[in-house]
Design a protein around this ligand. Structure first.
Ligand code: HEM
Length: 390
C-alpha cells in the first residue's frame, strides 16, 4: 500500500499516511507518479543535499502552447543547478541577507498589528491578515506599486496549481494565462524602472541586466516572478496552518501568551508541525543510493518535507506541537543548495503575525472548522475563521 496524494482524507490530514509510509520504508517506489518517495528525515535531507540529484528543467510540450510557463521556469534559480543557479541566486541573495531583511522588521511588525486591529470580531486570518501582510512585504521589497498589488495573488494562485500532482485542463489553461499576463506586467514594470530607477529590487535587477550580460531580460522577469510567488504563497499558509495548530494545542497557546520570548521557537515549530510546502522532486544526474535504495540515473525522487518533520528518529514526540522546541532541525525551508532564500523574511513575517494575534486578538478561537484546499504539494486552508472572544 502506498500513499494516495489525491485522497481527501490524506489532504485533510496527511500525517497518519505519511507516518505509515515512513515506517514501512525510508525510501519507497510510488507507482502512480513514477517517483521514489523519501519519507524519513535522513532520506529527505539526503535528497535535498546530494549534488547528483538536481532540479533540471525540461520544457513542457508542445512548446508552442507551454512557452509562457516554460519561460518563467527555464530562467529562474529554483529550476536550475550550478552554474546557472549560482549566478541567478547570487544576484538577488544580497537583498535577502539576514541583516538587510532585519531592517524591515519594525515595518512588518507595525503592518501585522494594524491588520489584526482592523479585522472584525470574527475574521478570516488568511484574507484579513496573512495575505495582505505577505503580499505587502514582498511587493514593497520588489517595488510593485500599491495599486497593482491585488493582481499578484490571483496570478500566483493560478500558477502554483501547476505544481500539484493532479491538475485539470482548466487549471492548466488558467496557469498559462497567468504566466503570460504576469510576465507582460513585469516587462512593463522593468521598462518603467529602467526609465526612472527607484530604491527597489526590480530597479536593482534592471541595473544588473543593463550593466553586463549576466542577466537576460527573460531571467529578470522569471526571477521577479519567482520572488513574488515564492515570497508570499508559503508565508500565507504557514501562518494559517500554524495558528490552527496552535489553537488545537491550547496549553501551548497559553504558554506563549505568558512568555513572549517563545515566539521565535513557536514560529519555527509552526513550519515543522504543518509545513506549507510538502514535496520537492529531484532527478538523478548519476546513479545514487539513498537510505540503501539505489536510484538510477534519470529517475525521480521526492523529498516529503511533512513526513521528515514528524520523524521520531529526530524529533521527540513529533506529533505534539511544542512552542519551545529547540533545536528544531525541520526541513520546512528545504536544505542544501536550494534552501529557502526567503527564510529570514518568512521568519520575520511569521513572528510578526503571531505576536500581533497574541497582542490584539487574545483569547482567539476557531470560529469554524477550517477546510483544506484540495492540494497536497501546497498545503493550505480555504479560510481560517477566527473569533476574538473566547
Ligand atoms: C514560511 C514561508 C516559506 C516556506 C515554508 C518556504 C519554503 C521553501 C522551500 C522548502 C524551498 C526549497 C525548494 C527546493 O528545495 O526545491 C524554498 C525555496 C525558495 N524560497 Fe521559500 N519558503 C517560504 C517563504 C519564502 C519567502 C518569503 C521568499 C521570499 C522571496 C521565498 C523565496 C524562495 C526562493 C527564491 C527559493 C528558491 C531558492 C533556490 O532555488 O536556490 N520563500 N522555499
Amino acid at each position: 500500500m502506498t500513499i494516495d496524494f489525491t485522497d481527501p482524507e490524506v489532504i485533510r490530514d496527511p500525517y497518519p499516511a505519511l507516518a505509515r509510509l515512513r515506517e514501512r520504508a525510508a525510501v519507497s517506489w510510488h507507482e502512480p507518479t513514477g517517483t521514489w518517495l523519501a519519507a524519513s528525515h535522513a532520506a529527505a535531507d539526503a535528497v535535498l543535499r546530494d549534488r547528483r540529484l538536481g532540479r533540471f528543467w525540461v520544457d513542457r510540450e508542445p512548446a508552442a502552447v507551454w512557452e509562457p510557463f516554460n519561460l518563467l521556469h527555464r530562467n529562474q534559480m529554483m529550476e536550475n543547478e550550478p552554474p546557472a543557479h549560482t549566478r541567478l541566486r547570487a544576484l538577488v541573495a544580497k537583498a535577502f541577507a539576514r541583516g538587510h531583511v532585519e531592517r524591515l522588521r519594525p515595518a512588518v511588525d507595525a503592518e501585522a498589528a494594524r491588520l489584526v486591529r482592523a479585522a472584525g470580531d470574527e475574521f478570516d486570518l488568511l484574507t484579513a491578515v496573512a495575505e495582505p501582510l505577505a503580499v505587502t512585504v514582498i511587493a514593497e521589497l520588489l517595488g510593485v506599486p500599491a495599486p497593482d498589488r491585488h493582481r499578484l495573488r490571483p496570478w500566483s494562485a493560478a500558477i502554483v496549481r501547476m505544481y500539484e500532482v493532479s491538475r485539470t485542463p482548466e487549471a492548466e489553461a488558467a496557469a498559462l494565462a497567468a504566466c503570460r499576463e504576469f510576465a507582460g506586467y513585469l516587462r512593463d514594470l522593468a521598462a518603467r524602472r529602467a526609465a526612472d530607477p527607484r530604491d527597489d529590487l526590480i530597479s536593482h535587477l534592471v541595473a544588473v541586466r543593463d550593466g553586463s550580460d549576466r542577466l537576460t531580460a527573460d531571467e529578470l522577469v522569471a526571477s521577479a516572478i519567482l520572488l513574488l510567488n515564492a515570497g508570499h504563497e508559503a508565508s500565507v499558509n504557514a501562518l494559517g496552518g500554524g495558528v490552527v495548530a496552535l489553537l488545537r494545542h491550547p496549553a501551548q497557546l497559553d504558554r506563549l501568551a505568558d512568555d513572549r520570548s517563545l515566539v521565535p521557537t513557536a514560529a519555527e515549530e509552526m513550519i515543522r508541525y504543518d509545513p506549507p510546502l510538502h514535496m520537492f522532486v529531484r532527478t538523478a544526474a548519476a546513479p545514487v543510493t539513498i537510505a540503501g535504495v539505489p536510484i538510477g540515473a534519470g529517475e525521480r525522487i521526492a523529498a516529503l518535507l511533512g513526513a521528515a518533520n514528524r520523524d521520531p528518529a529526530v524529533f521527540a514526540e513529533p506529533d505534539v506541537f511544542d512552542a519551545a522546541r529547540d533545536p528544531n532541525p525541520h526541513l520546512g525551508f528545504g536544505a542544501g543548495l536550494h534552501f529557502c532564500l526567503g527564510a529570514p523574511l518568512a521568519r520575520i513575517e511569521l513572528r510578526a503575525g503571531l505576536s500581533a494575534l497574541l497582542d490584539h486578538a487574545p483569547g482567539m478561537t476557531l470560529a469554524a472548522e477550517p477546510v483544506n484546499r484540495p492540494t497536497f504539494v501546497l498545503r493550505a486552508c480555504r479560510e481560517v475563521r477566527l473569533s476574538r472572544r473566547a
